[in-house]
Design a protein around this ligand. Structure first.
Ligand SMILES: [Zn+2]
Length: 703
């Protein structure tokens, strides 16, 4: 529990007993001073307890060492007057002019070009952003943070420090300046000690570590993979520097939150590794980029983000830090019921804080009219009215939700940073493509799409799964069924863990391309590599990844399905074939190994279902896991209602999401309380769930 928490545990402990509802309120220059008093009163009236302030470095330290805090002083006073808590988030990415002019804090891109700092809808004062590998820049940034913490450490209104907003490394060239390059070379030295060891590992011929340059292109996968792995460590390092600075001065809890969590981000051009980033803060959170997600993944994405962040955030305590209640640039507004659904999805998965971005719609730059609960003049709209209702139910049952926990599940899906990265690099349009882009209209890179899509299939099947990081692969021993979407790079240690897991009775399911590459990204000569042929009882003999190269897959119960784009063929090495392609080649193999089973497919069920939707994929998935599922609230689920359950003391809380635009009724399995209406319900009674709405029912005694 809060391993890193300092002496002052009281703040967090009181937060631990309630759900924190709040909103980002202020980043210069909006909202303006004349709006503050009335806005803060309305935020409190709406049922929120906390506002976030985002003071920007460039705003407060225009002249080096000369700090001005007038606006923040005034806002803290007003927050106190209105009974609101404050989360204080220094924004270091908007650096003052002297950082560039005096300290040459510029970033350098892949082609050696200066990446000029800009102003932006989200970074309006400008100076976005300097290179934090430059020692003068990080020193100046930490000085600014220290100045802020010293100034406000006696301010009781501030309850939480926020170390870094959406830490990430973008663009891909961040950063090729002399400081960053030296740091990269030192990182390699620490890892490999001498240049021969690095050359042996990579199959290269550098004369010395100083000879290692930034990879300027993706055409050699190995160097780009190494470089971006380094970049992810720098993101985590930045967060650590700020966290340490705050911690030496104050003991209040520290949070950081990712912009695009690992399960969603473009891991090559917008890099961070949540497992590394969250290590030094007290708890972790995520922004919530569910808007305009590709169909059909959009419905399950809110749950995927939550399940991932819960898993990655230490002991499972986490917040959703930026939930977007509206959409800018004059697009069609989000439906109010979708926004309310995202709030409930977060509570249902175990989030203990939900913070909105932001209270008022924005007025500047590329965030014009974006993401406010209320309109620019403070007017209510259908979303703010619907949210107020939801907040009242959450606040009324705050302690119940705060103490409830996501139930144990027997099934986990693994996320692997290195596999994601190598796949993303492989799918780049290499030398011809300066933007290093992939086609985002239907999917991100195939690895991530396969991951998101198999999660979506579990979601459709009404089966709760955990999503865990391969950094903690040992955790698989807590589960009965492990699903590996395209685990392209499996190292020796991971191979041992997987083999022992199956030997001990686990069921391991790996899709197309498992252990295809060595750790240095070279293709394995025998695939799957790392000794996994014995585990899966088969070897890949042919693989294709091409548009239009569809295969018909015939399961042994005669079910026929289409697998598009990615398919592999196997030769048996002790296992037995459990599906064929229509040309008779083997498409799927099952092998008994020790007391468990290992299953390998030539296709990706999730990808196949995305590219050629077929409900049979979901039934087949249910069949694969049926002997591993816990008994079972999944029966509460049907085509019209999706259910999530939290364990609460001796009972359970059911969250019922109506997937349709018609009212649905749900028969209660026990005596309970309909929390939406605050009325008792008896076993067998029917509860009405509004079109596209959410029902929440508490059963105080239910095992
Ligand atoms: Zn740099």
């Amino acid at each position: 529990m809060f391993k890193n928490l300092g002496k002052d545990k009281t703040v967090m402990m009181s937060y631990r007993n309630s759900i924190v509802l709040g909103t980002q309120y202020y980043r210069q220059p909006t909202p303006t001073a004349k709006e503050w008093s009335e806005d803060l009163k309305k935020i409190q009236d709406m049922g929120m307890q906390l506002i976030q302030l985002r003071p920007q470095w460039r705003w407060h330290e225009r002249i080096e060492g000369n700090y001005i805090w007038d606006d923040i002083d005034q806002l803290l006073e007003l927050a106190d007057k209105n009974g609101l808590d404050v989360m204080f988030k220094p924004m270091l990415e908007t650096a003052p002019g002297f950082v560039f002019k005096k300290y040459n804090g510029y970033r350098i891109g892949l082609k050696g070009e200066k990446i000029w700092p800009i102003a932006h809808g989200a970074f309006y004062p400008g100076g976005w952003l300097p290179c934090f590998d430059n020692p003068d820049v990080i020193e100046g940034a930490c000085k600014f943070v220290a100045e802020a913490v010293r100034r406000y450490k006696d301010c009781k209104t501030i309850k939480i420090w926020h170390a870094w907003n959406e830490p990430r490394s973008r663009p891909i060239g961040e950063c090729c300046c002399e400081h960053s390059l030296a740091n990269y070379q030192n990182w390699l030295k620490d890892k490999f000690e001498n240049i021969d060891a690095l050359n042996d590992f990579m199959g290269k011929c550098w004369a010395s570590f100083d000879d290692v340059d930034v990879p300027r292109d993706t055409s050699d996968f190995a160097e780009m993979q190494l470089w971006r792995r380094w970049a992810a460590t720098r993101v985590a390092w930045r967060v650590e520097q700020v966290t340490k600075t705050i911690r030496t001065l104050d003991s209040r809890p520290i949070v950081a939150h990712v912009g695009m969590p690992s399960v969603m981000q473009d891991v090559l051009c917008d890099t961070s590794d949540d497992y590394l980033t969250r290590k030094t803060v007290d708890f972790y959170g995520s922004s919530f980029a569910t808007r305009r997600a590709p169909k059909p993944i959009e419905e399950s994405l809110p749950f995927l983000i939550n399940d991932w962040i819960r898993s990655i955030s230490g002991d499972g305590y986490y917040w959703i830090n930026e939930l977007y209640p509206s959409i800018g640039s004059w697009y069609r507004e989000e439906f109010e019921y979708d926004v309310v659904k995202w709030v409930w999805a977060s509570i249902a998965c175990g989030a203990k804080g939900v913070i909105f971005w932001q209270y008022k719609k924005e007025r500047v730059g590329l965030e014009t009219n974006d993401a406010g609960i209320v309109e620019t003049d403070g007017r209510d709209n259908p979303t703010s009215i619907a949210l107020k209702k939801a907040f009242s139910v959450i606040n009324k049952n705050s302690e119940l939700f705060a103490l409830a926990k996501a139930p144990k599940t027997n099934i986990a899906v693994i996320y692997d940073f290195e596999s994601d990265l190598i796949n993303r690099i492989e799918e780049t349009n290499h030398m011809r493509d300066a933007n290093l882009s992939v086609n985002y209209s239907t999917m991100v890179n195939t690895y991530k799409t396969a991951l998101q899509c198999v999660y979506q299939m579990f979601w459709k099947a009404g089966i709760q799964v955990d999503v865990i990081s391969s950094h903690e692969l040992e955790k698989i021993n807590d589960y009965k069924f492990i699903y590996l979407p395209m685990f392209v790079i499996v190292n020796e240690k991971q191979s041992r863990i997987l083999c022992q897991y199956v030997k001990g009775g686990g069921k391991l399911f790996a899709e197309g391309g498992v252990a295809q590459r060595e750790q240095n990204t070279m293709l394995q000569t025998i695939r799957p590599g790392s000794g996994l042929v014995e585990l899966f009882g088969a070897q890949e003999i042919y693989r294709i990844f091409e548009e239009g190269e569809d295969r018909k897959v015939i399961m042994h119960d005669k079910t026929e399905l289409i697998s598009k784009k990615m398919n592999a063929v196997f030769e048996l090495k002790g296992g037995k074939a459990t599906a064929h392609y229509d040309n008779g080649q083997i498409a799927m193999v099952e092998n008994t190994y020790g007391s468990g089973k290992a299953i390998m497919t030539g296709f990706s069920p999730g990808l196949a279902n995305l590219l050629s939707p077929d409900e049979q994929w979901v039934s087949i998935l249910k069949n694969w896991v049926k002997d591993c599922c816990l008994a079972n609230y999944i029966n509460a689920d049907n085509d019209s209602i999706f259910t999530r359950v939290l364990d609460a003391d001796k009972g359970k809380i059911f969250f019922l999401f109506n997937k349709t635009d018609k009212e649905q009724s749900w028969i209660t399995p026990n005596n309970g309380i309909d929390l939406m209406l605050s009325v008792k319900v008896e076993k067998g009674q029917s509860v009405a769930i509004a079109p596209n709405g959410v029902g929440v029912v508490h059963f105080p005694k239910m095992s």
